[in-house]
Design a protein around this ligand. Structure first.
Ligand SMILES: [Fe+2]
Length: 241
């Protein structure tokens, strides 16, 4: 019989708590009772796997949409998707969504009084190559206000969703930009307890990824969960955890 390994549990301090004092809406949605940890099931450890077949023409370049060029500062966002053991994860679906260069989402519920851009959808997707590398061209999003507290502004950010080799490796996160003065005031960014983990949410300017005459390059590597340790042959404790 094949032994299926579960995935490692997330270490303390990496993920934000469900209820974070300064992030007001977490109070309503956080569980009120302690969580019950259950073993990973077969359907979490296996697929269905989503990858390159989900990516359509134009999905990797958000700088052009509906027959025109989006307004704003063009950027390239690239990096590697790795597991916790540093192995490249190939054919992982990377999806992004973001505000435009005026800080407005092309979404019905966004009522921010900033202009929409008819040539910017704000959504994109790409699959990693054999070396785990992804690359997207987009527009640098602007900061936007939100109602969390008086004069609250989200730092410039891009939302990321990743599907790795299984549902247990699904990751939804946000990427921030270096030097943003709003980071120290943002309850969402600050809700990540470990300062080193927080830093990993900030991309790095990269001249190598910069396209001459076209777009500044930013590097953002992403680590998905790794498998639990490989059990020794015949180890009765090996298996789904
Ligand atoms: Fe956002």
């Amino acid at each position: 019989m094949n032994t299926l390994l579960g995935y490692r549990r997330i270490a303390e301090g990496i993920d934000p708590p469900y209820d974070h004092g300064a992030y007001v809406s977490t109070h309503r949605r956080a569980p009120k009772r302690p969580l019950v940890q259950i073993a990973h099931t077969l359907s979490e450890i296996t697929g269905p796997r989503l990858g390159a077949e989900m990516v359509g023409a134009g999905d990797t370049d958000l700088t052009r949409f509906a027959g025109g060029e989006a307004l704003g500062e063009r950027i390239v966002v690239t990096g590697r998707v790795l597991d916790e053991d540093g192995r490249a994860i190939s054919n992982a679906l990377v999806e992004i969504w973001q505000a435009n260069s005026a800080g407005r989402y092309a979404h019905d519920v966004d009522r921010h009084d900033a202009p929409l851009d008819p040539h910017f959808s704000g959504v994109g997707r790409v699959a990693t190559g054999a070396d785990g590398v992804y690359r997207l061209a987009t527009i640098k999003p602007a900061a936007y206000p939100w109602k969390n507290h008086y004069n609250a502004w989200r730092p410039q950010h891009i939302h990321f969703s990743l599907f790795g080799p299984s549902f247990a490796t699904r990751l939804i996160t946000q990427m921030y930009f270096p030097g943003d003065p709003l980071l120290k005031l943002d309850p969402i960014y600050q809700s990540v307890p470990d300062p080193a983990a927080r830093e990993r949410l900030v991309c790095a300017f990269d001249i190598e990824a910069t396209v001459p005459e076209r777009a500044l390059g930013y590097r953002f590597d992403i680590v998905l969960r790794g498998r639990s340790a490989t059990p020794l042959e015949g180890d009765a404790k090996g298996g789904v955890r």
